[in-house]
Design a protein around this ligand. Structure first.
Ligand SMILES: [Zn+2]
Length: 352
């Protein structure tokens, strides 16, 4: 995940109630701040407690291949890969692993290449940089000329001194899920052609996805949708998985409805503020928060699956040990369902 802004605020109603009942206290700024913090803490705790009661059960199918999924996830988040920072030795080791897994799964390199690497360049400040995406594809049985691009960024923050930012949730979880979905898709076949794209330099500004869209290996108009997986495993936030994108691309709403129906965990459409009456809300710009933004910007419909912000986000505590495997497996199973629903969708080539 690229950026997160959290804003704590009071609703208009709360302000009016407080103003009516506690006018003298609230006129003193320090008391106002302390009272706000107290109420925020109390209300948040109550809100999370009530949510976890109904969202504590997780179920998933055998289709995800949980054993291999956990092997992939654990390796991608291991100290050996040193936080997978763009242009680091750890990033090269990550690509070596992905190349080996893509081959084993049966994905093919694009455009007759002999490897899966797609190099891109980008400007940051006054300097030029390069990064390397990893792309493999399978051919669709019914609509081979149409593509869905499944994205998950493999880069993370690297290390500072001896402290490794493992990025288990962000985003070893999404990349391992991409491999699980690719494995299922390659074994069972798909209607549409699928490009599996593990992107680089997301943390710095979505540069891998932007580079892919800028110089696509297939015609841009042949790309009918993007499924982006970023942060699927950490349930310490709100114990929910979120799916966004259908607000901007309503043709995807039936897919979201079916996915929510079938999900083995609490899947929620959209990152709205918390429950009615809550005085806390999150104001992350979810449309711009990850690689799907690059596709949305050229009007390619997307669905983005990810958890909410959590205490371990972009810290050295984002490790495999702090992940609940059952929640993660249920999240990957839900991602696979969303993928299959997108693949089954009939794309109208005439209007694109
Ligand atoms: Zn991130």
């Amino acid at each position: 995940m690229h950026v997160i802004f959290i804003v704590v605020h009071l609703t208009q109603r709360s302000r009016m109630q407080w103003a009516r009942g506690q006018k003298i206290v609230l006129n003193r700024p320090i008391w106002r701040v302390l009272l706000t913090l107290c109420l925020v803490t109390c209300f948040s705790a109550a809100s999370i407690a009530s949510q976890s009661k109904s969202c504590r059960d997780y179920s998933y199918s055998e289709s995800i291949g949980e054993q291999q999924l956990w092997v992939d996830f654990s390796y991608l988040a291991s100290n050996q890969l040193e936080g997978r920072k763009t242009r680091s030795h750890g990033a090269q080791l990550t690509r070596d692993y992905l190349a080996q897994r893509y081959s084993a799964i049966g994905l093919l390199p694009l455009n007759g290449k002999t490897d899966f690497e797609l190099t891109f360049t980008y400007q940051r400040g006054f300097s030029d940089f390069s990064g390397v995406n990893m792309a493999g594809y399978i051919t669709g049985k019914t609509y081979p000329e149409h593509y869905i691009v499944v994205t998950a960024h493999y880069d993370h923050l690297g290390k500072k001194g001896n402290r490794v930012y493992n990025g288990a949730d962000d985003n070893a979880s999404g990349v391992a899920a991409l491999l699980s979905i690719a494995s299922y898709a390659a074994t069972h076949g798909t209607q549409t052609s699928i490009i599996f794209l593990a992107t680089d330099a997301e943390e710095q500004g979505l540069y891998g996805a932007k580079g892919f869209v800028k110089s696509p290996p297939v015609q841009l108009k042949a790309i009918k949708a993007n499924l982006n997986l970023d942060m699927l495993s950490q349930n310490r936030g709100k114990n929910r998985l979120y799916v966004t994108g259908a607000k901007y691309f309503p043709e995807l709403k039936p897919i979201v409805a079916k996915a929510i129906d079938k999900a083995g965990l609490c899947l929620v459409a959209g990152h709205r503020s918390l429950q009615r009456g809550s005085i806390v809300s999150s104001r992350t710009n979810w449309r711009q928060a990850s690689d799907h933004a690059a596709f949305a910007n050229v009007n390619i419909p997307y669905l983005f699956l990810g958890v909410s912000e959590h205490p371990y986000y972009h810290t050295v505590n984002d490790t495999v040990e702090r992940i609940n495997p059952k929640f993660y497996f249920a999240a990957v199973d839900t991602s696979l369902n969303v993928f299959l629903l997108m693949d089954q969708m009939t794309f109208d080539s005439a209007d694109k």
